[in-house]
Design a protein around this ligand. Structure first.
Ligand code: ADP
Ligand code: TPW
Ligand code: MG
Length: 572
């Protein structure tokens, strides 16, 4: 910039984008550089932002999404045009599906050329493509509008039901100059980006009346409840009400899994037998069998109360008798208020039965967790990791895979809110390393990523990113030689291996060694526990290749029922 007093001081698109983000408290960008955004990343670094460069945009996008989940501020992912944009899009769509706030900022080619389809470098009508896959999509054409564009993107991402937002910034925008004074005036600091939404008093009364009438009430906590950061109020509601609660996967730890009211290990029983179910930030989607069918009680015997910020979520699958629309913090506070002093705990017959079932199921599992089978099975390996998390309740657990996911979810107890990050609503593979990187960066806590060998492969190259930034991430690859298990044979009898089988006994630990990290091979639960503890003590990037019996898993883990049956597999 010129120091000549006669010349007006100018700013440009690059500076305005960064100034607008910083003004709104966004201090980290996850992305992959290239035309036209290389200088944007450089300048962001120069101006004190943290810019984390990945090896693939999908992983940067997943990082941004989980940063949004953990902080309630939209995570920002920055990508180049067309192919980079498309690589980031899976993460944007996944964030929207999971109700995580993120903004995908993508450079794009020149509108005039794109719209006439004249074959620009990385030409694509990105805005049109993105629109169908996110909550909102905007394009900024003039430097004067950058402040408004970013303000709109932030508000759209975090207000109401959070989700993914696309922001299209054409190459030409970055070099546009305007006077620095006008630029400064054009920036917007978003006031109250996610306003509280107070529930109607009559809706609160309706919910309380229904809850009072229950003989076998149940509370289900979902990841919306974890996102809301109303931890104390939720705990107070559960404890004041005395009602058994069931945490959905990412809501584990909102109250410690060892809480006396946890019905986590009595899931089948409570879903079937409860007469009134209160959902807090959980949707009645496939993960809850849509609120009907054989997982649930007889049709018409169960009544639902649902707390959600999204009014159209009500009655999405079954009738909601008491919809409570508002933000979870406000709704839970209103319920607590209404319960007052005269609240009566649910009938003891119910709570005793739930606790008995839970304790029996836990007792049944306990000896399996001590398994010293060699090679390890899932219970033996996860029994060791369960102990690690028990001793270090503030570490963050990232988890993906099929068997590796399902077993870890039920075996590893969580003790604190928002410590379990997993495949979420889509059951998507590939979130692992992106989530691990962002969790370490955003929280400063050590991260333990428990990964199926297939799951790990979707983002495995980011082990270099983890080493490059020297992050306290310990990745454990549950190596059972394949997808679900390693024992399938090619039904055609040819020389190709079966579609679910990988190279046998792959040495995943060497991937970490290649980039200066610590690579370890663990064959027993003891070796696994020792290696994980060392990684978490030293904070050194570590990859542990944990050999799991290739016969141990089951097809699709616990959701085999969702597989359409082919004639081939019926024969088996
Ligand atoms: P899970 O997969 O854990 O069951 P879902 O992702 O299905 O959870 O549900 C999360 C729900 O939480 C969504 O319907 C979303 O609208 C809602 N939600 C997210 N944040 C809030 C909030 N602050 N207040 C109220 N509802 C929220
Ligand atoms: C983006 C389908 C679901 S689970 C899984 C795949 C490929 C891997 C299971 O094997 P893994 O775990 O990770 O080794 P384990 O313990 O059972 O052996 N593509 C995407 N998402 C999904 N969900 C799939 C494919 C899938
Ligand atoms: Mg596997």
């Amino acid at each position: 910039m010129s120091t000549d007093a006669t010349e007006e001081t100018l700013t440009d698109g690059f500076n305005l984008v960064i100034d607008a983000l910083k003004l709104n408290g966004i201090s980290t960008i996850y992305g992959v550089p290239g035309i036209p955004i290389t200088d944007l990343g450089r300048l962001a670094q120069a101006k004190g932002m943290r810019v984390i460069s990945f090896r693939h945009e999908q992983n940067a996008g997943h990082a941004a999404a989980i940063a949004g989940y953990l902080t309630q501020k939209p995570g920002v992912c920055l990508t180049v045009s067309a192919p980079g944009f498309l690589n980031g899009l899976t993460a944007l769509a996944n964030a929207t599906t999971n109700c995580f706030p993120m903004i995908l900022i993508s450079g794009s080619s020149e509108r005039e050329i794109v719209d006439l389809q004249q074959g620009d470098y990385e030409e694509m009508d990105q805005l049109a493509v993105a629109k169908t896959m996110c909550k909102a999509a905007f394009r900024v054409l003039h430097a004067q509008d950058i402040g408004i564009g970013i303000a709109r993107a932030i508000r759209a991402a975090v207000s109401g039901r959070p989700g993914g937002v696309y922001l299209d910034l054409p190459a030409k925008l970055f070099a546009q100059t305007i006077s620095a004074a006008e630029g400064a005036r054009s920036l917007v600091k978003v006031i109250d980006p996610a306003p509280r939404q107070i529930p109607a008093p009559e809706a609160v009364t309706r919910a309380l009346d229904l809850l009072k009438s229950a003989e076998r009430p149940l509370i289900i906590l979902g990841k919306g409840a974890a996102y809301a950061q109303a931890d104390d109020a939720i705990r107070a509601l559960v404890e004041t009400s005395g009602i058994p609660y069931l945490p959905m996967s990412m809501a584990k730890g909102l109250l410690p899994d060892t809480h006396p009211q946890s019905a986590g290990a009595a899931r089948s029983m409570v879903l079937k037998d409860a007469d009134v179910v209160m959902l807090i930030g959980a949707r009645l989607n496939w993960l809850l069998s849509h609120g009907k069918g054989k997982t649930w009680g007889a049709p018409g015997t169960q009544k639902f109360i649902q707390i959600d910020i999204q009014p159209t979520e009500m009655d999405s699958n079954v009738e909601i008798r008491a919809p409570l629309v508002g933000d979870i913090g406000s709704c839970v506070a209103a319920l607590l208020d209404g319960m007052g002093k005269g609240w009566k705990a649910p009938p003891e017959a119910w709570t005793t039965a739930v606790n008995a079932r839970r304790d029996a199921n836990l007792a049944k599992m306990a000896p399996q967790l001590m398994s010293n089978a060699n090679p390890m099975n899932f219970h033996g390996a996860l029994g060791a990791l369960r102990q690690v998390v028990k001793e270090r309740p503030d570490i963050i657990l990232v988890n993906e895979g099929a068997n590796t996911l399902d077993f870890a979810r039920s075996i590893i107890d969580m003790y604190q809110p928002r410590k379990r990050l997993d495949v979420g609503t889509w059951g998507v593979m590939g979130i692992g390393m992106g989530y691990a990187v962002a969790a370490a960066i955003e929280t400063g806590k050590p991260v333990l990523a428990v990964e199926g060998d297939s799951a790990f492969g979707f983002s495995g190259m980011e082990i270099e990113t983890i080493c490059r930034y020297n992050l306290p991430v310990c990745v454990v690859v549950f190596n059972n030689n394949g997808i679900y298990r390693g024992t399938d044979v090619n039904p055609g009898g040819g020389s190709d291996v079966a579609t679910t089988v990988f190279v046998k006994n792959a040495q995943y630990e060497m991937l970490a060694q290649a980039f200066g990290g610590n690579g370890v091979h663990a064959r027993t639960p003891y070796e696994l526990m020792r290696a994980v503890n060392e990684a978490l003590d030293t904070g050194r990037p570590t990859l542990i290749n944990a050999t799991i019996d290739e016969r141990a898993g089951t097809e699709s883990g616990r959701i085999a029922n969702l597989n359409p049956q082919s004639a081939l597999s019926k024969k088996k």
